[in-house]
Design a protein around this ligand. Structure first.
Ligand code: PXP
Length: 242
């Protein structure tokens, strides 16, 4: 089965918020992703709502419902406000991430040796609402075993380590670590997603790992979209300004 691409739209929301009006529209780009064949869209509303907002969850739920079979994934730290919005809007998947409010971006997975107690009732609540639950995890076997024990349906492997190694040109052993983590997860009945710093250069090698259900990609996808459109747009302005 092909790996599903879920496009993370946080950067579109960040651009929108920088001007205080609804441009660019997150909903428009969600439709573009889904029309282009992406299997889903993701947002990661943080407590300060500096990019995706809680209102975006409801808007995107409505957009994704226009496309049968496509999925909405909401990521975030399960603080009370986040959970309330997720339970109200019932996305297809909720990816729980242990990020702090002041973090620039997610930079570690759950440490379930100490955090299981916190996570178990949240997983139960989300699953009871019919939401598939994924946990953002480092590629560490002991932690992945605990992810199964707390009742997660999936894990999302945090791939920044892989992306950095790929960039250095020396990534075989790191990729093997991710493969072992993914294989172990699959062997104990967890499905496997992956995300963070994946891009057009490093994705193909990562997907030599079998059974990756979904990749969630945002930052690089937006930068690559700018790269591939920037010169073209400048030429159009210059034509007008001649
Ligand atoms: N997965 C999680 C949990 C994230 O926090 C992010 C970034 O918001 C991503 C995936 C996507 O990472 P990137 O923007 O680097 O593609």
């Amino acid at each position: 089965m092909a790996t599903v691409l879920s496009v993370n739209l946080n950067k579109i929301a960040l651009l929108r918020n920088s001007r205080g009006r609804n441009y660019p529209q997150v909903e428009h780009y969600a439709r573009e992703c889904l029309l282009a064949g992406a299997g889903g869209v993701t947002i990661h509303p943080r407590p300060d709502q500096r990019h995706a907002t809680y209102q975006d969850v409801a808007s995107l739920k409505a957009v994704v419902e226009e496309f049968p079979g496509k999925e909405l994934n909401i990521e975030g730290n399960p603080v009370a406000d986040f959970l309330e919005v997720v339970l109200k809007n019932k996305p297809d998947q909720c990816t729980l991430v242990p990020d702090q409010p002041d973090q620039l971006t997610s930079d570690h997975g759950w440490e379930l040796t100490t955090q299981s107690k916190q996570v178990v009732p949240i997983v139960e609540q989300l699953k009871a609402a019919g939401i598939r639950v994924s946990l953002f995890m480092d590629p560490v076997i002991e932690q992945i075993e605990l992810a199964k024990q707390v009742g997660a349906d999936r894990i999302e492997l945090y791939t920044e380590g892989y992306a950095r190694a790929f960039q250095s040109g020396n990534y075989a052993s790191v990729l093997e670590q991710y493969k072992q983590a993914a294989d172990y997860a699959t062997s104990i009945g967890l499905e496997v997603n992956a995300g963070h710093d994946l891009d057009l250069q490093n994705l193909a090698a990562f997907l030599t790992i079998p059974n990756i259900k979904e990749v969630s990609i945002g930052h690089a996808l937006i930068v690559e979209s700018i790269d591939q459109g920037f010169t073209n747009v400048i030429k159009q302005y210059l034509k007008i300004a001649q």
